[in-house]
Design a protein around this ligand. Structure first.
Ligand code: PEP
Ligand code: MN
Length: 299
């Protein structure tokens, strides 16, 4: 521990390399509560019967957005059969264009509740605005803070007051340290149930929608006790690249993945190009199972 802390201090230029730091001068990083120095044991976030951050490699799956009862229930049943432990689906959608489908809002939340009742899967859904937190937390098991809101500090403080766990996505342009500081806002407001999600960052590369920063996974595992999952769907933007990056996420040490699945991707109202069919999703999870055992995880 002291050695690690001394290294942190050395990066700042002081003290000289030969000097040993007395333990009372140990300095925590700016993300104090999220830091593994303040809590060496890993945090496990419990959602229903699912534990994120333990020996389970958690698979979260579902459509980008909730579109209809039939679409959601059919997807939910099929992802459950394939091995998903948590259902995802957006009711409030952050779209680049104001003319794109914005989500079913409360109607979508009701459908998510229905899907939980019929499948038993806990649900995660995005909350975009502080004023919507009471509504979304009345229906959701996990509150998602999306990439675009990753540094919306008033929203982070508000979900920090919630009793529901938070799935925090990395901002499109945030560094690992800024990502940790976003998590710190939630912890500092009183909610220690935070799952971090690497979903790709914006780089000069245009071959994929974003660039999946897989190295963030072992770095975050070292720097924080919070669980870290990977969303390969929003990182790559195309269905055929999702499975390889899901396997890579498992190999890199992630605690799980979040993947978009749609019963009919061609007709999806949002992110159809990156959505897997339930069949392809099922094959991907089957391929992940033996790999998970190799890494002492289970699906
Ligand atoms: C999503 O998961 O539905 C989403 C909008 O992702 P992101 O915030 O990572 O773009
Ligand atoms: Mn999406």
């Amino acid at each position: 521990m002291i050695q690690a802390l001394t290294e942190t201090t050395m990066q700042c230029g002081t003290p000289p390399p030969t000097m040993q730091l007395p333990s009372d001068q140990v300095r925590l990083p700016p993300y104090k509560l999220a830091s593994r120095m303040s809590r060496p044991e890993s945090t496990v976030v419990h959602v229903g019967h699912v534990a994120v951050g333990g020996p389970e490699f958690v698979v979260i799956a579902g459509p980008c957005s909730v579109e209809s009862k039939d679409q959601l229930l059919a997807t939910a049943e099929q992802v459950k059969r394939a091995g998903a432990g948590i259902l995802r689906g957006g009711a409030f959608k952050p779209r680049s264009s104001p003319y794109s489908f914005q989500g079913l809002e409360e109607e979508g939340l009701k459908l998510l509740k229905l899907a939980r009742e019929t499948t038993g899967l806990p649900v995660v859904t995005e909350v975009m605005d502080s004023s919507d937190v009471p509504l979304v937390e009345a229906y959701a098991d996990i509150l998602q803070v999306g990439s675009r809101n990753s540094q919306n500090f008033s929203l982070l403080k508000r979900v920090g007051k919630s009793t529901k766990p938070v799935l925090l996505k990395r901002g499109l342009m945030t560094t690992v340290e800024e990502f940790l500081l976003s998590a710190e806002y939630i912890l500092a407001s009183g909610n220690d149930q935070v799952i971090m999600c690497e979903r790709g960052i914006r780089t000069f590369e245009t071959a994929t929608r974003n660039t999946l920063d897989l190295s963030a996974v072992p770095i975050l595992k070292e720097k924080t006790h919070l669980p870290i999952i990977v969303d390969p769907s929003h990182a790559v933007g195309e269905a055929r690249y999702v499975a390889p990056m899901a396997r890579a996420a498992l190999a890199a040490g992630a605690d799980g993945i979040m993947v978009e699945v749609h019963v009919n991707p061609e007709k999806a109202l949002c992110d159809g190009d990156q959505s897997l069919t339930p069949e392809v999703f099922g094959r991907m999870v089957d391929d992940l199972r033996p790999m998970a055992r190799l890494f002492r995880k289970r699906i």
